[in-house]
Design a protein around this ligand. Structure first.
Ligand code: GUN
Length: 286
């Protein structure tokens, strides 16, 4: 029987702590942290993610403004908005909800965000900071996964960690963070041969490939810790599900996360924490 690591619970504890820190900081600095969100179009997933971020930010005392554009907005208009937000010293964090429509170049937009306000940790400066172990803003989902492991004192050092998925947002930075914690890390992807043989060796298995219920019980070592980053819609039930076939995998694990209620709430929590860090840094600089 695997112990379910609840992201909902951990996020709630950390948000409560953050809320108290923000109450104190507001007295010192005379204003609340502020996050600006840029949302383009009406993709149902993106609308729902942004709503979740707005609700969570308000709960902890972070001011949040969403700039919502039609999906035919020009690239220039988004660029101008980012430039003005970069210059606004009452804005601490800037988040561009992805994906953007095809006519807007995602890389160009992310490159334009001030690295100091890039609370997603997607700017090349922050990506490089992670790889060079410089101080920068860490991406929210990988940071949340490490926090989930640490919350149960799951040993990372010396363990075999397998990350299935190699996105710039999750798989790659998470592999680096696990490596920095002295795990032996393997990254698997769609062209990996003998995938199940590799995943079966994992003490810590991270599923972040975006395929519903892809990780089956025969792919998991007895007693492994399994972290499910996927958020998919199950075609049969129309319910949310992860990348792990939870019902069948759970009995083989020591620890496991669920979808929903696992990594998702931690991603939002880490976004709020990053916004608070960017806010404190803004005052340190001035
Ligand atoms: N779209 C899906 N996940 C994310 C995320 O973590 N940040 C942003 N900005 N967009 C996303």
């Amino acid at each position: 029987m695997g112990i379910v690591i609840s992201g909902t619970k951990l996020a709630s504890i950390r948000k409560e702590r953050l809320k108290e820190a923000i109450i104190e900081a507001k007295m010192k600095y005379d204003r609340a942290p502020k996050l600006a969100v840029i949302l383009v179009g009406n993709d149902v997933g993106s609308l729902s993610y942004v709503k979740g971020k707005e609700k969570a930010a308000l709960e902890v005392g972070i001011d949040i403004t969403t700039y919502h554009y039609n999906d035919d907005v020009s690239e220039k208009e988004i660029e101008d908005k980012i430039i003005s937000l970069n210059y606004d010293n009452k804005v601490d964090g800037i988040l561009v909800q992805l994906p953007l429509p095809n006519h807007i170049k995602q890389d160009k937009i992310i490159d334009l965000i001030s690295p100091l306000k890039d609370v997603d940790g997607f700017h090349p400066y922050n990506v490089a900071s992670l790889y060079l172990k410089h101080e920068g803003i860490l991406p929210c989902t990988p940071k949340g996964v490490i926090a989930l492991l640490d919350s149960k004192n799951i040993q990372i050092e010396g363990k075999r960690a397998v990350v299935v998925g190699r996105s710039n947002i999750v798989g790659m930075p998470l592999a680096k963070m696990l490596l920095d914690r002295n795990a032996t890390v393997t990254i698997c992807h769609s062209k990996t041969k003998n995938l199940e043989q590799i995943t079966s060796e994992a003490d810590i298995l991270i599923a972040c490939l975006g395929k519903p219920k892809f990780i089956k019980e025969y792919m998991v070592k007895e007693g492994a810790t399994v972290i499910d980053v996927g958020i998919n819609r199950d075609k049969e039930t129309n319910k949310l599900c992860g990348d792990v076939d939870f019902i069948n995998v759970e009995p083989k694990t020591s620890y496991i996360t669920k979808v929903p209620g696992g990594v998702g709430p931690m991603t939002i929590c880490c976004l709020l924490e990053n916004t608070y860090i960017a806010y404190l840094n803004q005052f340190k600089r001035s």
